[in-house]
Design a protein around this ligand. Structure first.
Ligand SMILES: Nc1ncnc2c1ncn2[C@@H]1O[C@H](COP(=O)(O)OP(=O)(O)OP(=O)(O)O)[C@@H](O)[C@H]1O
Ligand SMILES: [Mg+2]
Length: 274
């Protein structure tokens, strides 16, 4: 049996190339993947199930706000994402690596390489300058003193604190202290920034300045996950995830993970730190 000739060989001129069969766009691997994660604290009568089967993918460059009532499981989820705690059941993958297969030390390495944390309480060391606080995470990285200093200064400049590098935390406003904490989170160049109520102790103005810093970090390619109670803060994110009683109950996409953050560079939002 002979094979039929292709149409053009048979005299017909093809006007267009045949379209390849429709295939779903290949999705890049998520930076964060939670699969049916359960977290139980304590045992027996005293057991508290803080997460009850949470599945969530976060793409690179996304900017996610997590909202929910007190006790709903937000910090529990953040601690798992930050490799500070492990699920009781289910899987947690970071850049495709199943963290369940890692030991304590491997988890610590992952955490130090990939993740920068910002907490509600700034957690700065009191009698050290802003610069020394920011240099601290680098002292474990085996860098020379001059290089540590150079990187810490660059991180402080990025959050708009070029002129306050030698101040101690007590000499700084709450907003400035939190920006030092952000510089400290950034100085190791993590690809993922996790913030647990970073504006919880800040006034409106300082919150806005901090969120501008986050907007710029995200625009520069960092993935951000921020827990917040405040709609004003969540408005900066590209996606808002709602959590209630250990379940994800809402997941709203505002703009694509690769798009600029929705409030980036909006005029009238205070001076942008240089
Ligand atoms: N280490 C722990 N031991 C026992 N129970 C805990 C522990 N940490 C959290 N829980 C419980 O798990 C549940 C979820 O707590 P989680 O801290 O995740 O809430 P949250 O959403 O961050 O709340 P908040 O908005 O108040 O910070 C709560 O019922 C809490 O009491
Ligand atoms: Mg919390």
């Amino acid at each position: 049996m002979t094979r039929p000739l292709p149409r053009h060989a048979a005299g017909a001129t093809p006007k267009t190339q045949p379209l390849p069969a429709a295939r779903p766009e290949p999705q890049p691997q998520p930076v964060i993947r939670l699969v049916s994660v359960v977290k139980t604290y304590g045992t027996g009568e005293a057991a508290v199930q803080a997460l009850r089967g949470v599945s969530l993918d976060v793409a690179g460059r996304d900017y996610v706000a997590i909202m929910g009532a007190s006790g709903s499981g937000k910090s529990t989820m953040m601690n798992i994402i930050g490799c500070l705690d492990v699920p009781s059941e289910g899987q947690f993958l970071i850049d495709g690596i199943d963290t369940g297969s890692l030991d304590e030390q491997q988890l610590a390495v992952l955490r130090n390489r990939k993740i920068g944390f910002v907490f509600q309480a700034f957690n700065l060391i009191p009698r050290m300058t802003a610069l020394a606080n920011v240099e601290l995470p680098l002292s474990y990285a085996g860098l020379r003193a001059a290089e540590r200093r150079r990187r810490a200064e660059a991180a402080l400049r990025l959050v708009g604190l070029a002129d306050r590098m030698n101040a101690q935390p007590m000499q700084l406003s709450g907003g400035q202290q939190q920006r030092v904490a952000v510089a400290r989170a950034l100085v190791t160049s993590p690809s993922l920034i996790l913030a647990d109520e970073p504006t919880g102790n800040l006034d409106t103005r300082a919150s806005r300045d901090l969120m501008e810093v986050f907007d710029r970090l995200n625009a520069a390619g960092r993935t951000i996950v921020v827990i917040t109670h405040e709609a004003d803060v969540a408005a900066h994110a590209k996606r808002v995830v709602g959590i209630q009683d250990g379940h994800i109950v809402a997941d709203r996409r505002i703009t694509a993970p690769g798009a600029p953050p929705p409030l980036l560079g909006r005029p009238g939002r205070g001076p942008v730190p240089s």
